[in-house]
Design a protein around this ligand. Structure first.
Ligand code: FES
Length: 96
């Protein structure tokens, strides 16, 4: 079913967005929002997809995007805070 739904569309993996993923991943790690890192690739892909669609998501919108990303280490609060801090940092960078 997934392959049929993807027909005619392009698929970008994390390797296709290395610079953006590395910047976001390093920021999240610096925020202490990861523990074992197992869930990071999915969380990074979800967060980048969200920010491409909506550069100023609400807390509820961030939680909705992260809902399918299972993390067995954290309570998701660190990831939520990290994404919110990343958005604020990007906004400050754009204004500088
Ligand atoms: S940090 Fe370990 S699964 Fe998310």
């Amino acid at each position: 079913v997934l392959a049929a739904r993807a027909a005619g569309h392009s698929i970008v993996t994390m390797e296709g967005m290395q610079q953006e993923a590395a910047q976001f991943g390093a920021f999240i790690a610096d925020q202490g929002a990861e523990q074992c890192g197992f869930c990071n690739p999915g969380m990074i892909m979800n967060a980048i997809a969200l920010l491409r669609e909506n550069s100023e998501p609400t807390e509820a919108e961030i939680k909705e995007f992260l809902a399918g990303n299972l993390c067995r280490c954290s309570g998701y609060e660190g990831q939520l805070r990290g994404i919110q801090n990343f958005i604020a940092w990007k906004k400050a960078q754009a204004q500088a």
